[in-house]
Design a protein around this ligand. Structure first.
Ligand code: AMP
Length: 188
């Protein structure tokens, strides 16, 4: 099956995607991780990506779409992808539909981790101490949250109308969230 996971920055979508990947033998496609790797290469495109990420905005749809198609078209990953961080706006959601269609696949489940802004601020300051992500300071985190509300929330509505959406309370412990997600996946 193919799963899309949503959540504001700091909601734990990376952590939960890794859990699902292991438990259900799926493949975690994290566009954020891929983009961060690009920035380490210090190429001109890498530097551009870096400044966009550190401003809390979204990287251009084209850059991310190329990556997505590489994975979707690869038979190794057929019907076993967790989309972690994609789609992030309606244009990307339509693009994802088209690409999945092209390779005879579909989305089976959309998960949303819901978390308050207060919790996000707390988690991001904790993560900053551990991972040292340059976009994890409070101002950029607030901007990322605003980008999420403005560009990504409409995508969640889009999947809700298609009856694919399950909302999970992301305020609880990692283990409690994993158990609920696991039950949801097992039931479809
Ligand atoms: P994440 O690790 O998912 O929190 O992503 C970190 C940053 O990478 C985001 O704040 C965006 O700047 C960028 N990014 C990740 N995924 C996408 C995407 N699908 N489209 C555009 N930008 C993205």
């Amino acid at each position: 099956m193919n799963i899309v996971i949503f959540g504001p920055p700091g909601a734990g979508k990376g952590t939960q995607s890794k859990f699902i990947e292991k438990k259900f033998n799926l493949y975690q496609l994290s566009t954020g991780e891929f983009l961060r790797k690009e920035t380490l290469k210090k190429t001109s495109i890498g530097n551009k990506i870096s400044s966009v990420i550190n401003s809390g905005s979204l990287v251009s749809d084209e850059i991310v779409s190329d990556l997505i198609e590489k994975i979707i078209s690869d038979s190794k990953y057929k019907n076993r992808i967790i989309f972690d961080g994609y789609p992030r706006n309606l244009n990307q959601a339509k693009n994802l539909d088209n690409l999945l269609n092209k390779y005879n696949q579909k989305i089976d489940l959309v998960l949303k981790l819901s978390v308050s802004l207060e919790t996000i601020k707390k988690r991001i300051s904790e993560r900053r101490a551990l991972e040292k992500r340059p976009d994890d300071n409070e101002n950029v985190a607030i901007k990322r949250y605003q980008t999420y509300e403005k560009s990504t929330e409409p995508v969640i509505e889009y999947y809700k109308k298609l009856n694919l959406l399950k909302v999970v309370d992301g305020e609880r412990s990692i283990d409690q969230i994993s158990i609920e997600i696991s039950d949801i996946i097992s039931s479809i």
